[in-house]
Ligand binder design. Structure first.
Ligand SMILES: [Zn+2]
Ligand SMILES: [Zn+2]
Ligand SMILES: [Zn+2]
Length: 164
Protein backbone atom coordinates (compact mmCIF):
# COMPACT_ATOMS: atom_id res chain seq x y z
CA UNK A 1 0.00 0.00 0.00
CA UNK A 2 1.24 3.48 -0.75
CA UNK A 3 1.39 6.09 1.91
CA UNK A 4 2.94 9.49 2.23
CA UNK A 5 5.99 8.61 4.24
CA UNK A 6 9.02 10.27 2.85
CA UNK A 7 11.52 7.79 1.43
CA UNK A 8 14.20 10.14 2.80
CA UNK A 9 13.20 9.55 6.39
CA UNK A 10 15.69 7.19 8.04
CA UNK A 11 14.36 7.52 11.55
CA UNK A 12 13.43 4.01 12.61
CA UNK A 13 11.12 5.01 15.42
CA UNK A 14 9.22 7.34 13.15
CA UNK A 15 6.77 4.63 12.09
CA UNK A 16 3.26 5.70 12.93
CA UNK A 17 1.28 2.53 12.57
CA UNK A 18 -2.29 2.22 11.45
CA UNK A 19 -4.79 -0.03 13.17
CA UNK A 20 -4.88 -3.79 12.60
CA UNK A 21 -6.91 -6.83 13.69
CA UNK A 22 -8.84 -6.38 16.90
CA UNK A 23 -8.22 -2.62 17.18
CA UNK A 24 -9.33 -2.08 13.59
CA UNK A 25 -12.49 -4.15 14.10
CA UNK A 26 -13.27 -2.28 17.30
CA UNK A 27 -12.88 1.13 15.59
CA UNK A 28 -15.15 0.06 12.73
CA UNK A 29 -17.70 -1.29 15.22
CA UNK A 30 -17.71 2.05 17.06
CA UNK A 31 -18.22 3.87 13.77
CA UNK A 32 -21.17 1.60 13.01
CA UNK A 33 -22.71 2.39 16.40
CA UNK A 34 -22.21 6.12 15.94
CA UNK A 35 -23.90 5.92 12.53
CA UNK A 36 -26.90 4.11 14.01
CA UNK A 37 -27.19 6.77 16.73
CA UNK A 38 -27.11 9.52 14.09
CA UNK A 39 -29.56 7.58 11.89
CA UNK A 40 -26.97 7.38 9.13
CA UNK A 41 -25.95 4.31 7.22
CA UNK A 42 -22.39 3.06 7.18
CA UNK A 43 -22.73 1.60 3.69
CA UNK A 44 -20.12 -0.79 2.36
CA UNK A 45 -18.15 1.88 0.41
CA UNK A 46 -18.18 4.22 3.42
CA UNK A 47 -17.02 1.40 5.71
CA UNK A 48 -14.30 0.36 3.28
CA UNK A 49 -12.86 3.89 2.90
CA UNK A 50 -12.86 4.33 6.68
CA UNK A 51 -11.11 0.97 7.03
CA UNK A 52 -8.41 2.04 4.56
CA UNK A 53 -7.85 5.31 6.43
CA UNK A 54 -7.64 3.53 9.79
CA UNK A 55 -5.17 0.92 8.45
CA UNK A 56 -2.87 3.47 6.82
CA UNK A 57 0.34 4.53 8.49
CA UNK A 58 -0.11 8.12 7.35
CA UNK A 59 -2.39 10.49 5.47
CA UNK A 60 -3.90 9.00 2.31
CA UNK A 61 -4.60 10.79 -0.96
CA UNK A 62 -7.91 10.17 -2.70
CA UNK A 63 -6.21 8.36 -5.59
CA UNK A 64 -4.47 5.99 -3.15
CA UNK A 65 -7.87 5.19 -1.65
CA UNK A 66 -9.34 4.63 -5.10
CA UNK A 67 -6.47 2.28 -6.04
CA UNK A 68 -6.61 0.33 -2.77
CA UNK A 69 -10.40 0.15 -2.54
CA UNK A 70 -11.12 -3.27 -4.01
CA UNK A 71 -10.04 -6.07 -1.67
CA UNK A 72 -9.27 -8.16 -4.71
CA UNK A 73 -7.21 -5.37 -6.26
CA UNK A 74 -9.87 -3.77 -8.42
CA UNK A 75 -9.89 0.03 -8.13
CA UNK A 76 -13.08 1.86 -7.14
CA UNK A 77 -14.98 4.29 -9.31
CA UNK A 78 -13.67 7.70 -8.16
CA UNK A 79 -17.13 9.15 -7.30
CA UNK A 80 -17.71 6.22 -4.93
CA UNK A 81 -14.63 7.17 -2.94
CA UNK A 82 -15.28 10.93 -3.08
CA UNK A 83 -18.84 10.47 -1.86
CA UNK A 84 -17.68 8.19 0.94
CA UNK A 85 -15.04 10.74 2.00
CA UNK A 86 -17.64 13.50 2.03
CA UNK A 87 -19.80 11.39 4.33
CA UNK A 88 -16.91 10.49 6.64
CA UNK A 89 -15.88 14.16 6.90
CA UNK A 90 -19.44 15.29 7.58
CA UNK A 91 -19.83 12.81 10.43
CA UNK A 92 -16.42 13.60 11.85
CA UNK A 93 -14.86 10.19 11.10
CA UNK A 94 -12.20 11.70 8.88
CA UNK A 95 -10.47 15.00 8.20
CA UNK A 96 -8.89 16.46 5.12
CA UNK A 97 -5.45 17.97 5.58
CA UNK A 98 -5.53 20.81 3.08
CA UNK A 99 -1.81 21.35 2.73
CA UNK A 100 -1.24 17.67 1.89
CA UNK A 101 -4.50 17.24 0.01
CA UNK A 102 -4.86 13.99 1.93
CA UNK A 103 -7.19 12.37 4.45
CA UNK A 104 -6.74 10.95 7.93
CA UNK A 105 -9.18 9.18 10.23
CA UNK A 106 -10.31 11.23 13.22
CA UNK A 107 -8.51 10.10 16.37
CA UNK A 108 -10.67 12.14 18.70
CA UNK A 109 -14.26 11.71 19.77
CA UNK A 110 -17.05 13.96 18.83
CA UNK A 111 -18.54 15.45 15.75
CA UNK A 112 -17.88 18.88 14.45
CA UNK A 113 -14.72 19.71 16.37
CA UNK A 114 -12.11 21.92 14.80
CA UNK A 115 -9.28 19.72 13.63
CA UNK A 116 -5.69 20.48 14.39
CA UNK A 117 -2.67 18.57 13.13
CA UNK A 118 1.02 18.36 13.86
CA UNK A 119 2.63 17.40 10.57
CA UNK A 120 6.17 16.04 10.47
CA UNK A 121 7.91 17.19 7.30
CA UNK A 122 10.51 14.42 7.62
CA UNK A 123 8.42 11.21 7.96
CA UNK A 124 5.07 12.65 6.83
CA UNK A 125 3.19 11.67 9.98
CA UNK A 126 0.15 13.75 10.85
CA UNK A 127 -0.96 13.65 14.46
CA UNK A 128 -4.27 15.11 15.49
CA UNK A 129 -4.49 17.18 18.63
CA UNK A 130 -7.19 19.15 20.36
CA UNK A 131 -6.40 22.87 20.15
CA UNK A 132 -6.72 24.88 23.38
CA UNK A 133 -8.66 27.45 21.45
CA UNK A 134 -9.78 27.91 17.88
CA UNK A 135 -7.81 30.68 16.26
CA UNK A 136 -9.73 32.97 13.99
CA UNK A 137 -13.19 32.18 15.34
CA UNK A 138 -13.59 35.42 17.28
CA UNK A 139 -12.21 37.47 14.40
CA UNK A 140 -14.56 35.74 11.97
CA UNK A 141 -17.54 36.36 14.24
CA UNK A 142 -16.59 40.05 14.43
CA UNK A 143 -16.75 40.17 10.64
CA UNK A 144 -20.15 38.54 10.67
CA UNK A 145 -19.03 35.13 9.40
CA UNK A 146 -20.64 31.99 10.73
CA UNK A 147 -17.64 29.66 10.74
CA UNK A 148 -18.43 25.95 10.58
CA UNK A 149 -14.91 24.62 10.89
CA UNK A 150 -11.31 25.72 11.26
CA UNK A 151 -8.40 23.44 10.46
CA UNK A 152 -5.05 24.18 12.02
CA UNK A 153 -1.94 22.65 10.48
CA UNK A 154 1.34 22.99 12.37
CA UNK A 155 4.52 21.77 10.70
CA UNK A 156 7.76 20.61 12.22
CA UNK A 157 9.59 17.47 13.27
CA UNK A 158 8.06 14.66 15.30
CA UNK A 159 10.03 13.44 18.36
CA UNK A 160 11.51 10.48 16.45
CA UNK A 161 12.72 12.66 13.58
CA UNK A 162 14.46 15.12 15.87
CA UNK A 163 17.10 12.48 16.61
CA UNK A 164 19.97 12.24 14.15
ZN1 LIG B 1 12.31 11.21 9.85
ZN1 LIG C 1 -10.82 14.85 14.64
ZN1 LIG D 1 8.73 12.31 11.76
Amino acid sequence: MTDMHSPDCHHDDAAHHGLKGQALRRALGEAQTRCLTSRERLTEPRRRVLELLLEADGPMKAYDLIAAFGEGGAPAKPPTVYRALEFLERLGFAHRIESLNAFVPCRLDGEGHSAAFLICHCCGAAEEFEPDFTPGRAAAAAKGYAVSSVTLEARGLCPACQAD
